[in-house]
Write a protein that binds this ligand. Sequence first.
Ligand code: HEM
Length: 329
Amino acid sequence: MTVGYTIFILFVSLSLLGFLNGCNAHRLRYNFYKVTCPQANRIVKRIITNETRTNPALGAQLIRMQFHDCFVRGCDGSVLLDTVNNDSKAEKDAIPNRSLKGFDVIDDIKNAIEKVCPNVVSCADILALAARDAVSAPFKRRLWNVALGRRDGRISLASETNGNIPSPFADFTSLLQTFNNKTLDVNDLVVLSGAHTIGVAHCGTFSRRLYNFTGKGDADPTLDPTYADFLRKQCPNLANPKTIVEMDPGSSRSFDKHYYHILRQNKGLFISDAALLTNKESESIVIRLQRSRGLFFAAFARSMRKMAAIDVLTGKDGEIRRNCRVVNL
Ligand code: HEM
């Protein structure tokens, strides 16, 4: 066998194994827009810093939007697309997405970036940067790094949220399966659920835990009874569908490990939060995150980088949308 032939065989084998694909330019990179739009990161940060002054809830709104984007068709900005044809509704009109907020801020950022570097920066990248900057705003430092180079998808279907966006009523097995399907593991599930340390929820996402849960007129026995009383006051039976409650009472504006503290007191709001204590491995991760000083921030940064890379479109796939709400003509 000649040296040339050996090299050829090696090349073909590596290609088949996907090694060369993984090593070429089609990976996300931190400095992706360094030459083509060096202002991009700064524009996102400026607009987000301004917006969070009047809307401190923006971090919670945008990180949830990014999570819902990444879990359906990967992080391709598909959640940002508007429905054009009522026969096939877009993702943002699916039930779990109807409470998403912050689309107008993404539009503002996109418009500002298009003015200086048209057709270069994807909506999917803008969402990833904006969510990071909005959650980081109170800290005056970046909580995680965002690799860039995602391209925007052209398809958005409400029906695809089924089975991809986890339900607040899901048990541990189902939650883990949903995360595993996205190449995320039990550690990512527990760590990313820590995002419930900020933000709010509508009564309908948990009130079945408060009333006649087992058919005997009782509340969910895994929910702290005093907390259940408190929640019943905020969410009477058949509550106003618009009523919202803090997910981490008293600490719902501060991004910290407090979520794990309340979880261990049986004050996790959703069945899916409480489910993290029903499995030995995930329970031990909860305990470690609660006890250890800096672990939550480091772990969250790591899991966010994994989540933000789910099934991304790169290279020549997809497109750079001109308007985040509609695909290019
Ligand atoms: C583990 C499975 C998860 C389930 C079942 C779940 C479910 C929910 C539900 C039902 C709400 C309340 C929505 C509303 O009523 O308006 C919510 C809110 C929220 N979720 Fe999750 N979630 C999960 C994981 C995540 C992850 C991975 C993140 C981010 C990394 C996240 C971030 C948030 C945030 C920040 C809010 C508050 C949004 C706001 O205040 O506008 N969640 N989640």
